[in-house]
Design a protein around this ligand. Structure first.
Ligand code: CA
Length: 375
């Protein structure tokens, strides 16, 4: 073993006075503790300052805090080597400009939901949520352990984007309405904000789906630009004050059973990072992916109670026949999409096979237990 100081001295002498070939042979015993250590120290000292754009209002509870928490964790875990500045929707790019910003490299990172890119990457919707699809636990299992992540990365790769799961709201609510939904007739002509395949299902049922960023929903609902809106669930919906613009709050959120959010990273930027920073980012995102779900689950019911008891909101369950119609339409739309688009076909095969298996197991585990507990 040769000491680092001695190696450094020898290296300088070699570079100045001797032939390169000789340098290599004499330095051979130093490589582990000398040159390699020096380059790794340089790598550890280099600072990285990245910008992250999101589709959420700045510091918005739940959704908007996920990228903030990832940024804080990365800075702490990297001992300040990497600093990520988070920008809310519209601060640097529009809410729905996040994918393009990361793809082009104008911003290294983004935080959003894949179903917003359905016009560009239709298969991306499966990695957020599809109607009557996977719950939060189930999509985590499919993405992380069931082949989903490999498909997701393959699909985003042509856009120069590396996706990482980064948050989940849990099962959402169907949303806010100013009239009761008693039959499918009440859906006809209804102008509702509902993104992704859920919106296509509404359209097939006679409604008019609209996609708007969260920050614009309250005004749109209050001014009658839309008749109804879905957003997330009680904790987030209370923050936006939808109860001041609509009276009825409908469940279940058949259209978003467990939407997974995404951390988007420009692939060139990702490849420029040393391995330990990549591991830190992946680990921070994994922690936040679970943390967000915990936050929603811990807070939703208190928020729901406040909406009902303090603000007089009327909670309603969608009629069974309306839910059944939405389910049948969803199946047809998903089957048709899978036939029309080879990529969706492959993703849908993996997704639906996983859903079939996990449903069969949940029937005799979680579903059976919940039924027993709630009796
Ligand atoms: Ca939603």
């Amino acid at each position: 073993m040769v000491g680092y100081g001695l190696c450094k001295f020898r290296e300088n002498i070699m570079r100045k006075f001797l032939l390169p070939i000789l340098t290599i042979s004499i330095l051979a015993g130093c490589s582990d503790t000398g040159i390699a250590k020096e380059s790794s120290q340089l790598e550890e000292q280099k600072k990285y300052e990245w910008r992250l754009v999101t589709s959420w209002p700045k510091n918005y509870p739940g959704l908007g805090m996920a990228p903030e928490r990832i940024a804080n964790l990365v800075e702490e875990m990297s001992n300040g080597q990497m600093k990520i500045t988070v920008y809310g929707a519209g601060e640097q790019v529009p809410a729905f400009g996040v994918f393009d910003a990361v793809s082009s490299g104008s911003h290294q990172m983004g935080h959003s939901g894949g179903y917003f890119w359905k016009g560009k990457v239709p298969a991306a919707q499966f990695f957020t949520s599809v109607p009557f699809g996977l719950t939060a636990d189930e999509i985590n299992a499919w993405v992380n352990r069931g082949g989903g992540l490999e498909l997701w990365r393959e699909i985003y790769e042509p856009f120069n984007i590396y996706p990482i799961p980064a948050g989940n709201t849990g099962t959402q609510m169907f949303g806010w309405f100013n009239k009761e939904i008693n039959s499918l007739e009440d859906i006809k002509g209804l102008k509702m904000r509902i993104p992704g395949i859920g919106g296509e299902v509404l359209k097939e049922a006679g409604g008019i789906p609209v996609t708007l960023p969260g920050g614009e929903l309250f005004t749109a609902l209050q001014t009658g630009v839309i008749d109804a809106t879905e957003w997330v669930g009680p904790y987030n919906d209370l923050t936006f004050g939808f109860h001041q613009a609509a009276k009825y709050y409908y469940y279940p959120g058949w259209h978003e059973p467990g939407p997974m959010l995404e951390l988007l990273i420009n692939i060139d930027a990702w490849n420029s990072l040393p391995k330990h920073l990549q591991v830190i980012i992946e680990t921070a995102a994994k922690a936040v992916n679970q943390d967000m779900l915990d936050e929603y689950l811990a807070r939703n019911n208190n928020a729901l109670t406040e909406l009902i008891e303090v603000h007089g909101v009327e909670l309603r369950k969608l009629p069974d026949d309306v839910i059944e119609e939405f389910r049948l339409i969803s199946e047809k739309i998903l089957d048709d999409l899978a036939k029309e688009d080879e990529t969706i076909g492959r993703v849908y095969e993996s997704y639906s096979e996983f859903r079939k298996n996990v449903s069969a197991y949940h029937e005799i585990s979680e579903d059976a237990f919940i039924e027993a507990r709630n009796k």
